[in-house]
Each structure stands twice: as C-alpha cells, then as structure tokens.
Design a binder for this molecule. Structure first.
Ligand code: GLP
Length: 245
C-alpha cells in the first residue's frame, strides 16, 4: 500500500488522471474499472482533456462500471450509468461493445452479477480500478461487513448510504439496494487507486488507513493490495496521525 497526500483536490485528481492515461498509453487494451460519485468527477474531466490533447487512444480499452443503484434507470441523472456516460464514456467516444455496466433494472440481478463477473474474467481481470470512499467506508456498494473475498453481488444498503445517496438525485428517491463488483475484484486488480477529498471524509479515511484491516471498514482492504494507492487530498488526510496536515 502507498499513501500520497496531495496539496489540493486538483492535484489529487491530476495524479489519478495521469496514472490512467499513462496506463492506456502503455497498454491500449487495458481493462479499467471506474466508480461514479462526486470525488472522481475532476479526475474524469482531466482524463478526457488529456486524452484529447495528447491523442491517447481509448478505443481498445475495456470499460467496467463499478456499481449501480438497483431500480434506477440509466437516464436518471443520479444513476452511476448516467454519471459515467456523461463524464467518461461519451466524451471518450467509447463504443457499447467495450463498455460493461450493471443493468439495475434487470429482473434477474443474480444473472447481472454473473454477467459482470464474466466480463471482468473474460477481459483477463482488471488492470486498474479507481474508486472513492463512502462516508461509512464502503467501496462501490461493498457496505461494512461484506467479506473481502466477494465478487459481484447485490446488497441491502445501510440507511446512512441511502441518506447520503440522495445528494445525486433531484427528488427523494428509494435507494434500498445496490449492485456492485466485489472487493476481490479490487484486490485482484493490478492497480488500485482510492481518491478521497474534503474534511467530511477525514475520519473514515483515518479508519481506512490507520485502523484495523477489517470488513467493518471496507476501504481498509486497500492495504492488502501491494500496489494499492491512497490518493488523499490534504483536508481528507487531516485526521491521520502520520499526516503533516
Ligand atoms: C457512492 C458510490 C461509490 C462512491 C462513494 C463515494 O455511494 N456507490 O462508488 O465511490 O459512494 O461517493 P462520493 O465520491 O460522492 O463521496
């Protein structure tokens, strides 16, 4: 595990974007998994900008979406699908055949988890996974208590996650289940990057980095990944004992 404390959100986002672009330049057929959420928004815009400026070819990558709110249609602005479509898939000009996202409207969610497990496996595993951290320490929708060795699954969301998730939606929305890749996808990925920013994440970041490695704080699984990079903006790092902030 590596910890990088960045001076600003811009700096953390720039480093994440640079890492994604470096990988795609070196390995145009890379298999990339991205989270939705407010945290990676700037990193994604910088990836798109860099891809245009430096003419980086994303046409052969495989794109995997990390998670989705069950029952939320892709055209809903609060869905992960919509977010990834608007911030990465469309601006990068990716083709449907190279993109794998959960269908959260499927009547057979268990088949959906298997479909995404297979998509990752057939692509040869993830080369890079870029994630955020939830206020309760979740990664994707791997809520506290989910075993580290899980692949894709459907999960009942904590009341806190349902409440925090309202920020993505224009109106009060039922968010009782999520569908997500598992933490084993993260530990098996060749590279894993977790970005966090803002004071509100400081305490959970401290627990993930300095508390016990335990499913109680799913993001602590990053410490089991030899190349796992915590990319933490200064304020989000301010509760770390090892932090100079
Ligand atoms: C959400 C998503 C996660 C995301 C996390 C943090 O609920 N399921 O994939 O990384 O919580 O979100 P944000 O970046 O908006 O703080």
């Amino acid at each position: 595990m590596k910890l990088h404390i960045a001076d600003s959100y811009e700096r953390a986002s720039g480093l994440a974007a640079a890492e994604v672009c470096r990988l795609v330049q070196a390995q145009p057929e890379a298999v990339l998994c991205f989270a939705a959420g407010d945290t990676p928004r700037l990193a994604y815009s910088l990836i798109v900008q860099k891809a245009r400026e430096e003419q980086i070819d994303f046409s052969r990558i495989t794109f995997i979406g990390l998670d989705e709110w069950v029952g939320i249609p892709p055209e809903n602005e609060g869905s992960c699908h919509y977010f990834l479509q608007e911030n990465l898939i469309r601006p990068l000009g990716l083709m449907p055949a190279q993109v794998h996202l959960f269908d959260a409207l499927s009547r057979d969610l268990s088949a959906e988890t298997e479909r995404l497990n297979q998509a990752v496996a057939h692509a040869g595993g993830l080369d890079l996974i870029l994630v955020g951290i939830g206020m309760n320490g979740h990664i994707g929708f791997n809520e506290p208590g989910i075993p580290f060795d899980s692949y894709a699954h459907v999960v009942e969301l904590e009341a806190f996650t349902q409440e925090v998730g309202q920020k993505y939606f224009r109106t009060q929305t039922v968010l009782n289940q999520g569908i997500t890749l598992g933490l084993r996808h993260l530990t098996e990925a060749k590279q894993a990057i977790l970005i966090a920013n803002g004071l509100k994440k400081a305490e959970i970041v401290r627990q993930a980095i300095e508390g016990p490695v335990s499913p109680d704080v799913p993001a602590s699984v990053m410490r089991l990944h030899p190349g796992g990079l915590f990319l933490i903006e200064r304020e989000a790092a301010s509760a770390l004992h090892s932090s100079p902030a």
